[in-house]
Design a protein around this ligand. Structure first.
Ligand code: FAD
Length: 389
């Protein structure tokens, strides 16, 4: 077994690191203090993403993306995850299920999204449906060869900036017919109800949407009637791996910051790293990151080698659970080492502390990941996690 990065992988990782440091880090404090970035800055950054070939790293070249392997995407997402305030979201990853669209849908949605001319958001969650999407109330009623979409979606990430949404709805209100629809925001009957504020400062918003009898034709349906869960599951695998890689980057940046500070900061006549209490925290942080990195890289590598799709789903949950919880522990220690400075919003560690909290909630809470893992253990045995296949 050879675990060394190839020269191409090293180059890719370095390029992503340089991109984050040159284009994302300089906007962190401005975004934190103002709460948003000006439209001209967003446009300039969008162009930089294209110029550096980071647009749609998760889609094929023929669809306008970069066609990176899952392992390659992981290396990039780790570096981007070092940026605070969700600035990594500047680098778009069009939703995975778009690749299962018809050729007309690919022309209208996927390709322009990969190229940065359009942007979409995924809308599943509702006031009454979070962890249990079977409780979704948004319905798409079939009448006269059309669908009429009605309902409400919450927490639609980037919904302020996107121009279309992928909406998870039940056809004719039937929970056995979960289906995805491509919904242009400009259509009559689509409106933003509220733009709530959250714990993190994020480069985009997470608005609530209302759909009132939005008329959609057959060409707006992504996949078959009833295929909504299956397509969403694929999205979850990709999103969970991305979160895990971002968390890894966040933890590494926080640990680096704390490690440097521990050498520079002198109290009681010596650098604080000379106190065992501080050095033991740094030791625990390093080991936590090492373990998480080994897990994230391993699963990304396995996916590229084509392991069974069900195992991929099972392990993506483990990766997301472990990396998000690890980042919470590591960043908490980093903040402690920085003392009062770690509590200042101008400090990246303070921002990472808030940023990372949502990673234990979105794309399936930690409890839901544990439930998936426990279910897999029951079905496949412990070796699904403890074995080496
Ligand atoms: C900032 C942000 C952005 C988001 N972006 C999007 C987005 O773009 N699109 C989208 O569709 N959604 C989005 N979400 C929604 C997110 O995916 C949900 O918040 C998440 O799935 C949890 O749902 P919930 O908040 O309704 O919590 P609930 O499902 O109500 O859960 C509440 C608590 O109960 C626990 N719980 C629930 N069921 C079980 C169980 N079976 N066993 C044990 N514990 C359980 C949960 O783990 C949690 O602790 C976003 C959320 C946030 C905060």
């Amino acid at each position: 077994m050879d675990l060394t990065l190839s020269p191409d992988e090293e180059t890719l990782k370095e390029k992503a690191k340089a991109f984050a440091e040159r284009f994302l880090f300089p906007h962190e404090e401005e975004l934190e203090m103002a709460g948003h970035l000006p439209a001209e800055t967003l446009a300039r950054l969008r162009q930089a993403v294209v110029d550096h070939d980071f647009n749609a790293i998760n889609h094929s070249r023929e669809d306008g993306g970069q066609g990176l392997s899952i392992f390659g995407q992981t290396l990039v997402n780790e570096e981007l995850g070092k940026a605070t305030n969700g600035l990594w979201a500047i680098v778009w990853h069009p939703a995975y299920p778009l690749r299962f669209g018809t050729s007309a849908q690919k022309r209208e949605y996927l390709i322009p999204s990969c190229e940065g001319r359009r942007r979409g958001s995924f809308a599943i969650t509702e006031p009454g449906a979070g962890s249990d999407p079977r409780l979704v109330q948004t319905r798409a009623d079939r009448r006269g060869g059309k669908y009429y979409l009605s309902g409400e979606k919450w927490f639609v990430t980037t919904g302020d900036y996107s121009d279309y949404l992928i909406v998870h709805a039940h056809v004719d209100g039937d929970a056995d017919k979960p289906t995805l629809f491509l919904v242009d925001k400009a259509l009559p009957g689509v409106r933003i109800k509220r733009v709530p504020k959250f714990m993190h400062t994020y480069v985009f918003e997470h608005p609530e949407f209302v759909f009132d009898e939005v008329e959609l034709d057959e060409g707006s349906r992504l996949g078959e009637v009833g295929q909504g869960f299956e397509l969403t599951k694929d999205w979850f695998v990709e999103a969970r791996l991305q979160i895990a890689a971002n968390c890894l980057g966040a933890a590494i940046r926080a640990a680096d910051t704390a490690n440097r500070y521990a050498s520079e900061r002198v109290q009681f006549g010596r650098p604080i790293r000379d106190f065992q209490a501080i050095e033991f925290m740094l030791a625990d942080m390093a080991v936590e990151i090492m373990a998480a990195k080994s897990l994230v890289y391993r699963v990304a590598w396995e996916i590229d080698r084509g392991i069974d799709r069900k195992l991929i789903h099972a392990r993506a949950s483990a990766v997301k659970l472990h990396a998000s919880e690890m980042a919470g522990r590591v960043i908490d220690k980093a903040l402690q080492i920085l003392g009062g400075r770690g509590y200042m919003r101008e400090n990246p560690v303070e921002r990472l502390y808030r940023d990372i909290r949502v990673d234990r909630i979105w794309e399936g809470t930690s409890e839901i990941q544990r439930a998936i893992i426990a279910g897999q253990i029951k079905k496949r045995g412990l070796t699904a996690y403890t074995g080496w296949v």
